[in-house]
Write a protein that binds this ligand. Structure first.
Ligand code: C5P
Length: 229
C-alpha cells in the first residue's frame, strides 16, 4: 500500500463569495467546510499526513480542526499560505515527509466522494499523475483581452478540472521546483506537471464535487449537505 500525504490549500480570501469569514471556515450542517473536505479522505488506505496551508489568523482554528478529525496514525501540520494558491502549495510541499503519493485537494470542495479519490490514487500510482475532472457541459470559447472570440475548441475534448490532483511525490516536487526557477504561475498543480512533459491522466469525477466559490455555490452546497443527511 502506497503511503500518501494530503495537502489542503485553505488560504484564499473568499472575496468572490463576499463573506467576512474565508470560505473554508464557513459552516455547513454544523461543521466547517474545511472539516467536511478533509473528512472525505480519512478512510483512504495509507494516508499518513495532512498539511493545511492557511492564513496566519486561521492557523489555530485549523489545528483545532485537525486535532478533532485525525486519528493518532495521521500526522497533521498547519503552515502559512502565500499570496497565490501556488505559493500556499509550495509552503505545504516543504512539510511533506517520505510518502509515495501527494494529493492536493481544495479546502472548498467538501463533496468529493471516496471512490473517486481511490481511483485517482490508483491511476497516479500507475501513470505518475492523475486529476479528477468532468466533461465540459457548456461550449467553451477562448477570447482575447478585449473579449473578442478567438477560437472554439471541440467540446468533446474539453474537461473541467477538479481536485484532488494526485502525483507521485518526486513528480510534483520537480514540477514546483521548475516553476519556481522559471517564474511560472498556474491555477492548478497539473499544469506545472504538464510543463515537464510528463503524462497526466484525467479520471472522471462527479458533478457534485463543486468548488464553493460564488454565493450560488454556497446555496447549492447547503442543498447537497441536506440531501446527504
Ligand atoms: O482561488 P481558488 O478558487 O483557486 O482557490 C482554490 C483553493 O486554494 C481554495 O481552497 C483556497 O482557499 C486556496 N488558496 C490558497 N492560497 C491562496 C489562494 C487560494 O490556499 N493564496
Amino acid at each position: 500500500m502506497t503511503s500518501k500525504a494530503l495537502i489542503i490549500p485553505a488560504a484564499g480570501s473568499g472575496s468572490r463569495l463576499g463573506t467576512e469569514i474565508p470560505k473554508p471556515y464557513l459552516r455547513l450542517a454544523g461543521q466547517t467546510i474545511l472539516h467536511h473536505s478533509i473528512s472525505r479522505f480519512l478512510s483512504l488506505d495509507g494516508l499518513s499526513q495532512v498539511v493545511i496551508a492557511t492564513s496566519p489568523q486561521y492557523i489555530d482554528r485549523s489545528e483545532e480542526i485537525l486535532d478533532n478529525l485525525l486519528p493518532a496514525s495521521i500526522v497533521g501540520i498547519c503552515v502559512e499560505g502565500g499570496t497565490e494558491r501556488q505559493d500556499s502549495i509550495t509552503n505545504a510541499l516543504n512539510k511533506v515527509g517520505d510518502v509515495g503519493l501527494v494529493m492536493v485537494h481544495d479546502a472548498v470542495r467538501p463533496f468529493v466522494n471516496e471512490a473517486s479519490i481511490t481511483e485517482c490514487c490508483k491511476v497516479a500510482s500507475k501513470v505518475g499523475s492523475a486529476v479528477l475532472g468532468i466533461p465540459a457541459k457548456d461550449t467553451i470559447k477562448r477570447i482575447d483581452e478585449e473579449q473578442y472570440v478567438q477560437e472554439t475548441p471541440p467540446r468533446k475534448l474539453l474537461w473541467q478540472t477538479q481536485t484532488p490532483q494526485v502525483f507521485q511525490k518526486q513528480i510534483i516536487m520537480e514540477a514546483y521546483e521548475q516553476a519556481a526557477s522559471n517564474n511560472i504561475e498556474a491555477t492548478d498543480d497539473a499544469s506545472l506537471v504538464e510543463r515537464l512533459g510528463k503524462k497526466i491522466k484525467m479520471v472522471e469525477g462527479n458533478r457534485s464535487n463543486i468548488k464553493i466559490t460564488y454565493p450560488l455555490d454556497l446555496q447549492l452546497a447547503k442543498q447537497l449537505i441536506n440531501n446527504e443527511q
